[in-house]
Design a protein around this ligand. Structure first.
Ligand SMILES: Nc1ncnc2c1ncn2[C@@H]1O[C@H](COP(=O)(O)OP(=O)(O)OP(=O)(O)O)[C@@H](O)[C@H]1O
Ligand SMILES: [Mg+2]
Length: 267
């Protein structure tokens, strides 16, 4: 299929990309799930993946932080450059590579441990802090960035992450995703299982986190994509059919498929 790549925002075009994805294809055993996907992700950019169920959005997202590495039967072709370096080069250590990416899933999935432990675990594993005061400071900073500090600062060691409300749990997962100081956040339908008020808080968070992170978010909500995204990528049957600035995609998408999907005609 022909891909349409209209001119992107001039500001974004000037910065070196955080990620460059080139001709990415992926097979689950013999089934091809991605075909020749190419796009860039720029610093401080929020890119939304949209498209019908089963079109390859989650599959593509998981390639970016090498989450398919341990899945038997997965074969990947093409290239992913993170800060100009091949993500799959021999000398890249996968756990160290993944530290540069924060992951937030659809269903809030805090560890069954204290709020503090949920956020301190990653930095401890990766040896990112030196001593308790340093770790305390990092935990506070992540909880502040996730707009949770004021609500939870008195119960950090008293409450488990699993005892929080659904919306708080999701913000805790965002704090945990930030704890390894990633440059890129990957969010797979982060508002897909929380209520509208909690959704508004997560959307607000995404916009504030964009200042210091590049973000890729998958969403089934066209309104959400329009509210938060700088650019939108439309996936269709494993192809990235069209990518462009959000308003352009919503008002003048080039492909019939993207126009129909955005208009709510299928998906
Ligand atoms: N682990 C797997 N093994 C085999 N096939 C898979 C696996 N994961 C996904 N697939 C298939 O790959 C295709 C793309 O799936 P993917 O989960 O990426 O879609 P999606 O766009 O994220 O869909 P949704 O919007 O429903 O989450 C689908 O046909 C799916 O059945
Ligand atoms: Mg998915």
């Amino acid at each position: 299929m022909t891909q349409h790549f209209p001119m992107i925002d001039y500001r974004l075009a000037n910065a070196a990309p955080e990620l460059e994805v080139r001709n990415l294809s992926l097979w689950y055993e013999s089934k091809k799930a991605l075909e020749d996907v190419s796009f860039d992700l720029h610093p401080s950019e929020l890119l939304a993946f949209i498209g019908p169920s089963g079109c390859g959005k989650s599959t593509a997202l998981k390639c970016l932080n090498r989450m398919h590495d341990d899945t038997p039967g997965v074969r990947i072709e093409g290239e992913i450059l993170f800060r100009q370096k091949d993500a799959y080069a021999r000398d890249v250590d996968p756990p160290e590579y993944r530290r540069h990416f924060g992951w937030v899933a659809q269903k809030p999935n805090p560890f069954p441990a204290t709020i503090y432990r949920n956020v301190s675990y990653g930095p401890q594993i990766h040896g990112l802090t030196s001593g308790k005061a340093d770790l305390d400071e990092l935990v506070e900073s992540c909880l502040r960035q996730a707009h949770l500090w004021e609500e939870l600062k008195d119960v950090l060691h008293k409450k488990d992450g699993t005892e929080l409300s659904g919306g708080q749990q999701q913000r805790l997962c965002v704090a945990r995703a930030l704890s390894t100081k990633p440059e890129i956040l990957l969010m797979d339908e982060p508002t897909g299982s929380i209520d509208p008020i909690a959704t508004a808080k997560i959307e607000e968070l995404m916009i504030s986190l964009k200042q210091d992170h590049a973000i890729v978010v998958i969403t089934h909500s066209m309104m959400e994509a329009r509210r938060v995204a700088d650019r939108v990528a439309y996936f269709h049957l494993g192809n990235l059919l069209e990518i462009g600035p959000t308003e352009q995609m919503f008002t003048a998408a080039q492909t019939r498929e993207a126009r129909s999907f955005i208009a709510g005609k299928f998906g």
